[in-house]
Design a binder for this molecule. Structure first.
Ligand code: HPA
Length: 249
């Protein structure tokens, strides 16, 4: 019934609304998996309908391991979203991914545990073995990168997102291991979200906002939430022009 939603955006830490989105409707759909983290705000950007959901709730009340990722995605799906841009606040591990960088990763390693990571949980459901070689939808990545370029917003193309359990940050040894594994970025919410999106047939890409150097990668200064939020606030100024350009396509 709402099949005309051009894009669903899931906001991460520090991204609780989208500047320029005129919220015309609020939905709180109950899904097969329960309720999402908070209301889905559906508004217009340049004449296109966009749905926004704060992954941790609008008051950041839900920690990464407690997020009902299935309900969040199912809620977006239920109101007609087919294409999702997931905004994730992350730490940077390798040189290209310093604080303030926006990145559109193309690979993923899952270090999380104990999260419900599939829609194939209940007896009687078909067991899906979805292809996940490219964990993000290549077409959406290409759209995001082209839109960023048109808008003059710098976005690093590619990189491997390592999803950790949190909510604590990582030890230096953990990050050193992740670097050896090939991770460029570290965050706590990339999985199971990307895998569930694939199972649900949603087109899905990630826009990472690098908020800090991961443990042992920068100057060894303590990583504080205040610093993280201040970097995210500055870096996320690129998001509204990027979205406008993406939606104009
Ligand atoms: N580690 C994990 N998640 C994060 C980080 C980090 O350093 N920064 C922002 N989210």
């Amino acid at each position: 019934m709402h099949a005309d939603i051009a894009l669903g955006v899931i906001g991460g830490t520090g991204v609780y609304r989208i500047a320029g989105l005129e919220a015309v409707e609020t939905h709180l759909p109950e899904t097969h998996y329960g309720f999402p983290s908070g209301p889905v705000r559906v508004g217009m950007i340049d004449g296109k309908r966009v749905a926004f959901l704060a992954r941790h709730g609008e008051d950041h009340g839900v920690p990464p391991h407690r997020i009902n990722y299935r309900a969040n995605l199912a809620a977006l799906h239920k109101i007609g979203v087919t294409r999702v841009l997931a905004i994730n606040t992350v730490g940077g591990i390798t040189e290209r991914f310093g604080p303030g960088v926006l990145a559109c990763p193309d690979q993923l390693i899952d270090y999380t545990w104990g999260r419900v990571s599939t829609i194939c949980e209940e007896p009687g459901t078909d067991v899906l073995h979805v292809d996940f070689g490219d964990p993000y939808t290549n077409a959406v990545r290409a759209q995001v990168l082209a839109a960023a370029q048109r808008a003059g917003v710098a976005v690093v193309d590619g990189g491997c997102y390592g999803a950790t359990q949190g909510p604590r940050l990582e030890t230096r040894a953990e990050i050193a291991r992740m670097r050896r594994d090939g991770c460029d970025l570290v965050g706590m919410t990339g999985m199971p979200e990307a895998g569930l999106a694939r199972e649900m047939g949603l087109q899905y890409a990630c826009l990472g906002i690098v908020a800090n150097w991961a443990a042992g990668c920068g100057d060894d200064a303590e990583i504080t939430m205040a610093d993280v939020l201040s970097i995210v606030e500055t870096a996320s100024s690129g998001i509204p022009p990027l979205l406008r350009s993406l939606l104009a396509d």
